[in-house]
Design a protein around this ligand. Structure first.
Ligand SMILES: [Zn+2]
Ligand SMILES: [Zn+2]
Length: 422
């Protein structure tokens, strides 16, 4: 008895995950297609890494003290007792892949992109999922600040093509291993002074990694952090020059930007440039994409000393900001009566499909009138009627469902009409 009731219990999707239904998948494919096309225009190539990696990869790459690693990773032991993690972000996987496959020895420019699912045990809320999808691009081996500006220009090119509308670009420099320690000392001193007023999380961060206080979403912490010293005033000569040139290249592209001195990004590995593009439409959760430089990561992973820069963009958020396009498949619906007509229709559908025409042939026993109303409901573009008489003569009728125009002909003649009106 118990087994029976269990078998009948409905199983739902896991909290924080979501089906992308057929009515939405078309728009996903369109946006993904436009995105890939634009990245290829700038010399980027797709690199597909696995969905799970050794946990250590993210501890080292994303950073031991980042919120992602501390609170949000899907970490589990596999059957051999290894600690694995569903990737919470893409960058560490790319860096691992480059080192492992020695991609830096290839003659191609090292520009990569990827679109796929990421996993974070985040608090599920509107528009935020535990399995979410990211567009990710990375460039390796270009230290010139022109590339920092070019990837932002590429992002704007994409957003404009997708008709995203109003956006704002925020930029900052987070310094480097040479100039950041002095800033962190100063920051720690200032944070210490107001420690009691910070949330418990931030109180811990004062010592461990005070930069992370800027990521806190608690309002009192946000307000206090606005009074903290700004890293932009602590940059070494090299970082300052890099930032100055980067801004001048943005001017060259005529991209309006605002210097946001507390923009440090939620990850430990950034150096020099950090940026975000935010949308005017999306309210509080308004960052469309964010990224920056991480010149030291490759070295930290035991690879060669190659600098890098990239950005990640949330697909769900992007989709909520783009101007949607209704894309409908154009197809031919078959209407037939009786077994002989059905067989003829099956052969015809095979012929048309081989020639690139989408055909829908349903095998329910419906009357002629019912089949026609079904074609209407499905919004078929064409209907082909294969009645006994048509089959006997090997000539068929097609009807354009929009114009009600009818045509008669052999299968070759009909194919011609369908291809011309595709
Ligand atoms: Zn520096
Ligand atoms: Zn806080």
């Amino acid at each position: 008895m118990r087994e029976e009731t269990q078998a009948k219990k409905q199983i739902d999707a896991i909290k924080g995950t979501k089906d992308i239904l057929p009515c939405e998948a078309g728009e996903w494919r369109r946006v993904e297609g436009v995105t890939k096309g634009i990245f290829e225009l700038y010399g980027y190539r797709e690199l597909r890494a696995p969905v799970f990696e050794a946990t250590e990869l993210f501890e080292r790459g994303t950073g031991q003290t980042s919120d992602i690693v501390i609170k949000e990773m899907y970490t589990f032991k596999d059957k051999a007792g290894r600690s694995l993690t569903l990737r919470p972000e893409y960058t560490p996987s790319v860096v691992r892949s480059i080192i492992e496959n020695r991609l830096y020895l290839q003659p191609e420019p090292m520009r990569y992109y990827y679109i796929g699912p990421m996993f974070r045990y985040d608090k599920p809320q509107k528009g935020r999922y535990r399995q979410f999808h990211q567009v990710d691009i990375e460039v390796f081996g270009e230290k010139d600040p022109a590339i920092d500006a070019e990837i932002i220009e590429m992002a704007h090119h994409l957003l404009k093509t997708l008709e995203v509308g109003e956006t704002e670009t925020l930029v900052n420099s987070v310094g480097c291993a040479a100039c950041r320690p002095a800033y962190l000392r100063e920051l720690r001193v200032e944070a210490q002074k107001v420690k009691e007023a910070l949330c418990p999380d931030c109180q811990r961060k004062v010592i461990a990694n005070p930069l992370r206080i800027f990521d806190c979403k608690v309002e009192t912490c946000r307000e206090l952090s606005r009074t903290f010293p700004q890293i932009i005033n602590f940059l070494c000569a090299e970082c300052e020059e890099h930032f100055k040139l980067f801004c001048s290249y943005l001017d060259l592209y005529q991209i309006a930007y605002r210097v946001e001195p507390h923009l440090v990004r939620g990850l430990d590995y950034y150096t020099k440039t950090a940026f975000e593009v935010i949308s005017g439409k999306l309210g509080a959760q308004n960052a469309l994409l964010g990224g920056g430089r991480y010149d030291d990561m490759m070295k930290q992973f035991g690879g060669p000393d190659i600098c890098a820069i990239g950005f990640a963009m949330g697909m769900e958020r992007l989709l909520s900001a783009v101007k949607p396009r209704v894309t409908k498949n154009s197809f031919l619906y078959f209407v037939y009566m009786g077994e002989e007509s059905k067989k003829a229709a099956m052969g015809l559908a095979r012929y048309f499909r081989e020639n690139g025409i989408e055909c829908l042939l349903e095998f329910k026993d419906r009357g002629l009138k019912n089949q026609l109303s079904r074609a209407n409901k499905l919004e078929a573009n064409w209907v082909l009627i294969a009645g006994e008489e048509e089959v006997a003569r090997n000539r068929y009728q097609i009807k354009n469902m929009k114009t009600s125009e009818q045509k008669e002909g052999s299968r070759e003649e009909i194919l011609k009409v369908l291809l011309e009106n595709k």
